[in-house]
Design a protein around this ligand. Structure first.
Ligand code: TPU
Ligand code: MG
Length: 570
C-alpha cells in the first residue's frame, strides 16, 4: 500500500480527495495494470474504503446499488477489458438517474504518439475509442491528457454528474495517476446545487394554477425521478395541500408512504394495484411528478394517460402549451403547496372503489411451496428496516404487490432491466446501509448472470437474504414469446453458495420445497448475521402471477407491431 508521499500530492490523490468530499465512502474496484497506481492512491485516502468485485459488470452494478443508498458512487476499472464490461452498469446508472463515477485507467501517454500496439486494446494505436464510447453513456466524459489538466477535468465531470444525477466518466493514464498535481480548492465549487430561476418558478406556479383552475378530479401520478431528485418530503407537503389521490408508477414504489390515506395504489395499466387504474382514468387533471412512460410502465403502450398532463421533472416543468426550464422539482412542489386549493373529490371516489383486502390463504407446513405462499411469508418479513430489491421477472410483479410498511425501502431497475442486477446492486447498497435488512427477490435465470457477487457478500460478511425463486427457466420471456431458448440449466443454488465459503466464509445456502421449509429457512436467515443466506424456493414451472401473464401479452403485442410508413408495398 503506497502511503501519500510527504509533500508530494498527485493526480490520484486529487481524485481521492474529491471522491471523499462528494460523499463516496466505498469505491468498487477490479484491478488491472492500467489502474494499479491509481488504486494505491485511492487506498491511501483515510475516508475511502476499497471494495473488490469479482468482475467489472458486477463492479459497475455494485456501484449502481451503492449510488441508490449513498447518492453517489465510484467504480474503478482497467482499460477496455474492464471498462467495456463496466459500461453496462454505467448504462443502468444513466437510465436509472444515478450519479455513478466510472473511472478507468488507460495507456501511458507516450504510447499513442509512438504508435505502440498495447495489450487489452483493439490492436491499433488510436486509444481514444473508449473515451468516445463513454461520451454516449455518461453526462460528461473526460480523458486527462496531462497532470496539469486533471483538477479542472475531474471537477467538471463530478459536478456534471452530481447536478444531472447521471453517471460521468474519468479516464486517467497509468503514468499520470502518480504525477504531481496541485491541491483542490473548496468542494462547494463542485457540489453547490443549482437553485430554480425565480422568474421561471413564479411563471410555472401561475401556469399550474391555470391548469388546475376549474378541475374537479385532479390526480397526482408519481414516477421514479421523484426519489432521484430527493423531493419525497416536498411531494408529501404538496399532496397533503392538494388532498387528492396519489398513484405511483411501479418504479416509484416506496417513494410515497403506502399507509398514507391518499395512496391509491400502483398505476400499471391492466396490472395496477388497488384502484389506481380507475382513479387515473377518471381524473380530469394529471399532475405527473418525475414520471417515466416507457413500454413496460405503460404495459405495451396500453396505459398512457389520455388527458393533457402537467409534468414536473427534476429540473423543468411542462404544461400543455408551456415549458419552464430551471425549475427544480422540490422547490416547485413546496412552492405550489402554498398556493393550491384543497380538493378531496378523488378521495371520496377512491373510498367507493377501494377493493377489500384480499383473503390470504396460509399454506400448511407440508404443502408444496407456491408463489403466493412465498409472497405471504415475505410480506410478514417486511419491517421499517427492510430494503427490498426485486429483479426482472415475476419478482417484479410479486414485489410490486407487497404492502410496504412505513420506513421500508423498495429498489427496482425497471428502465434498464438487466437480469441479475439485484445481486451486485444489493451488495453495494447493503455496505452503505448495514443497519437495514436487505432482501433480494430474484429468479433463477437472473441469478445465473451475476451469481459470483454472492462471494463478495461472503468476503465482506454482508447479511443479505436472497430469495431465489426457481421456476426452472425464463418465465417472463415465456409470457412474452416462448421458445426453447427460455429453458436453462438447473443449478444446485444452495450448494453453490456454500461453495463460495471455502474455508473461511459463513454463507448459508438453504432449500425450501414446502411452506414449512421456507418458514424455517427465513427464521435461519433472519438470525444469520455473518454473511448472506440464499434460500432456493422451488415452485412449479407454471406457477406465475396473472399480472405477469397479462403484462406479457400486451408487451408482446407492442413488440410485434408491423413496420409503419412503408413507402413501397412488397
Ligand atoms: O421469474 P422469471 O422466471 O421470469 O425470472 P428469471 O428466471 O430470472 O428469468 C428472467 C428472464 C429474462 C431474460 C432472459 N428476463 N429478461 N430477459 C432478457 C435479458 C437478457 N439479458 C439481460 C442482461 N437482461 C435481460 N433483461
Ligand atoms: Mg425463472
Amino acid at each position: 500500500m503506497a502511503a501519500q508521499q510527504k509533500g508530494k500530492f498527485t493526480v490520484g490523490d486529487y481524485l481521492a480527495q474529491r471522491l471523499a468530499e462528494v460523499g463516496v465512502r466505498h469505491h468498487f474496484v477490479v484491478p488491472g495494470d492500467y489502474n494499479l497506481i491509481l488504486l494505491d492512491k485511492l487506498q491511501a485516502h483515510p475516508d475511502l474504503k476499497e471494495v473488490g468485485c469479482a468482475n467489472e459488470l458486477n463492479c459497475s452494478l455494485a456501484a449502481e446499488g451503492y449510488a441508490r443508498a449513498n447518492g453517489v458512487s465510484a467504480c474503478v476499472v482497467t482499460y477496455s477489458v474492464g471498462a467495456l464490461s463496466a459500461f453496462n452498469g454505467t448504462g443502468s446508472a444513466y437510465a436509472e438517474n444515478l450519479p455513478l463515477i466510472l473511472i478507468s485507467g488507460s495507456p501511458n501517454t507516450n504510447d499513442s504518439a509512438q504508435y505502440h500496439i498495447l495489450h487489452h486494446t483493439l490492436g491499433h494505436p488510436d486509444y481514444t475509442y473508449q473515451y468516445e464510447m463513454a461520451k454516449k453513456i455518461t453526462c460528461c466524459a473526460v480523458s486527462v491528457p496531462r497532470a496539469i489538466d486533471a483538477p479542472r477535468l475531474i471537477d467538471r465531470a463530478l459536478r456534471a454528474a452530481i447536478l444531472a444525477r447521471k453517471p460521468c466518466y474519468i479516464e486517467i493514464p497509468t503514468n499520470l495517476a502518480g504525477a504531481t498535481c496541485v491541491r483542490p480548492g473548496p468542494i462547494s465549487a463542485v457540489t453547490d446545487p443549482i437553485t430554480s430561476d425565480k422568474n421561471a418558478l413564479e411563471a410555472a406556479a401561475t401556469c399550474a394554477s391555470e391548469y388546475l383552475d376549474g378541475k374537479l378530479k385532479p390526480v397526482i401520478l408519481v414516477g421514479p425521478k421523484l426519489g432521484r431528485a430527493g423531493a419525497e418530503k416536498e411531494l408529501l407537503q404538496f399532496a397533503e395541500a392538494m388532498g387528492c389521490a396519489v398513484a405511483l408508477q411501479p418504479a416509484a414504489k416506496g417513494m410515497f408512504p403506502e399507509d398514507h390515506k391518499q395512496f391509491v395504489g400502483i398505476f400499471w395499466g391492466q396490472v395496477s394495484s388497488d384502484a389506481a387504474d380507475s382513479m387515473v382514468h377518471w381524473a380530469d387533471a394529471m399532475i405527473c411528478v418525475g414520471t417515466i412512460f416507457n413500454d413496460y410502465s405503460t404495459v405495451g403502450w396500453t396505459a398512457v394517460p389520455d388527458i393533457p398532463l402537467m409534468s414536473i421533472d427534476m429540473d423543468h416543468v411542462t404544461f400543455p402549451g408551456a415549458h419552464f426550464s430551471r425549475v427544480r422539482m422540490g422547490e416547485f412542489l413546496s412552492h405550489l403547496a402554498t398556493q393550491v386549493t384543497f380538493n378531496e373529490t378523488t378521495m371520496i371516489e377512491y373510498k367507493r372503489l377501494k377493493p377489500d383486502p384480499p383473503h390470504v390463504h396460509t399454506a400448511a407446513r407440508e404443502d408444496a411451496l407456491t408463489r403466493k405462499e412465498i409472497s405471504r411469508q415475505v410480506q410478514e418479513l417486511l419491517t421499517d428496516k427492510t430494503s427490498l430489491f426485486v429483479d426482472t421477472g415475476d419478482s417484479w410483479f410479486n414485489g410490486i404487490q407487497l404492502k410496504l410498511p412505513p420506513g421500508a425501502k423498495f429498489e427496482i431497475e425497471m428502465q434498464w432491466g438487466h437480469i441479475g442486477w439485484s445481486i451486485p446492486a444489493a451488495f453495494g447498497y447493503a455496505l452503505r446501509h448495514p443497519d437495514r435488512h436487505t432482501i433480494v427477490l430474484i429468479g433463477d435465470g437472473s441469478f445465473q448472470v451475476t451469481a459470483q457477487e454472492v462471494s463478495q457478500m461472503v468476503r465482506y460478511k454482508v447479511p443479505i437474504t436472497i430469495l431465489l425463486i426457481n421456476n426452472r427457466g425464463y418465465t417472463i420471456e415465456v409470457e412474452i414469446h416462448d421458445g426453447s431458448y427460455n429453458k436453462i440449466k438447473n443449478w444446485d443454488y444452495a450448494m453453490l453458495v456454500q461453495a463460495f465459503n471455502s474455508t473461511d466464509g459463513r454463507a448459508k445456502g438453504l432449500l425450501a420445497n414446502t411452506a414449512g421449509e421456507l418458514t424455517d429457512a427465513i427464521k435461519t436467515a433472519s438470525e444469520h448475521k455473518e454473511g448472506p443466506t440464499l434460500i432456493e424456493c422451488t415452485i412449479d414451472q407454471d406457477d406465475c402471477s396473472k399480472e405477469l401473464i397479462t403484462w406479457g401479452h400486451y408487451v408482446a403485442a407492442a413488440n410485434a407491431r408491423p413496420p409503419r410508413n412503408m413507402s413501397v408495398q412488397e
